[in-house]
Design a protein around this ligand. Sequence first.
Ligand SMILES: [Zn+2]
Length: 332
Amino acid sequence: MTSYKELGLVNTKELFEKAVKGGYAIPAYNFNNMEQMQSIIQACVETKSPVILQVSSGARKYANQNILKNMARGAVEYAHELGYDIPIVLHLDHGDSFELCKDCIETGFSSVMIDGSHLSYDENVALTKKVCELAHSQKDYVTVEGELGVLAGVEDDVSSEHSHYTQPSEVVDFVGKTKVDSLAISIGTSHGRAKFKPEQCTRDANGILIPPPLRFDILEEVEKQIPGFPIVLHGSSSVPIEYVHMIEKYGGKLTDSVGIPEEQLRKAAKSAVCKINIDSDGRLAMTALIRKILVEKPDEFDPRKILGPARDELKKLYAHKNQNVLGSAGRA
Ligand SMILES: [Zn+2]
């Protein structure tokens, strides 16, 4: 049994209260290896931003939970060494069972998501409530994120063909019965790098896909129902066209990539949306640089010379997100 406080981590409670009041969102960046963790911490220290280090069940399988836990401890010490102690959360992304959440709560996570969005409403309530009771009864309060509504797209172990928007009429009952600390909602964001089918989009003069706008009307209605309650957006990568082009220039193929425009996320971050999940953009940035190096330097075989530039690019991307999209820069 490890408490997150022993690792130097914090839960999301105070971070979200400040973010809702301050009109910005905390970045939730996924990680499963050292280079990603380093670039996230470098970017967040440099921009003085709080951060949520997010681990999916797929990442746990890939990297081993003990290693990830100790990397989170290392992240805290690394930030300190870089000269600025930012608040760091270790969060389980898309927990799909009580047992997985329990395991994470007992091994140093400061926050977990229980995703019962694929269940019936009543089953979602029951499962989420059970996780909250366990998380909140710990010596050090662990925060819980629930989800209402279903996002389309694919993310590690999570996938759904169709999205179902969150029904604002359900949120008061859900939050009241479960006692969740934050709520992920579905207003048109989507997992993965191809967030919409081409037929759902229009095209600009250059043939680039323009996605349908987010449903801010649903967000506003949710905010009216539960004023000031922390809202979470999943699937909020913007899928920068420069990275898609770079990947394709160096031999990749990413047909019909499209994300959520950054202006729309900036607008959402100014509301009660206080956590924005970004994963695909980081994957694209790293892959773009790795492909570039491999093609441009065919004699290179030192992984550090290949992954190092990818890490630098990832840091640049995340610093940009904190400053210009989430508004979290300067808030730590
Ligand atoms: Zn997600």
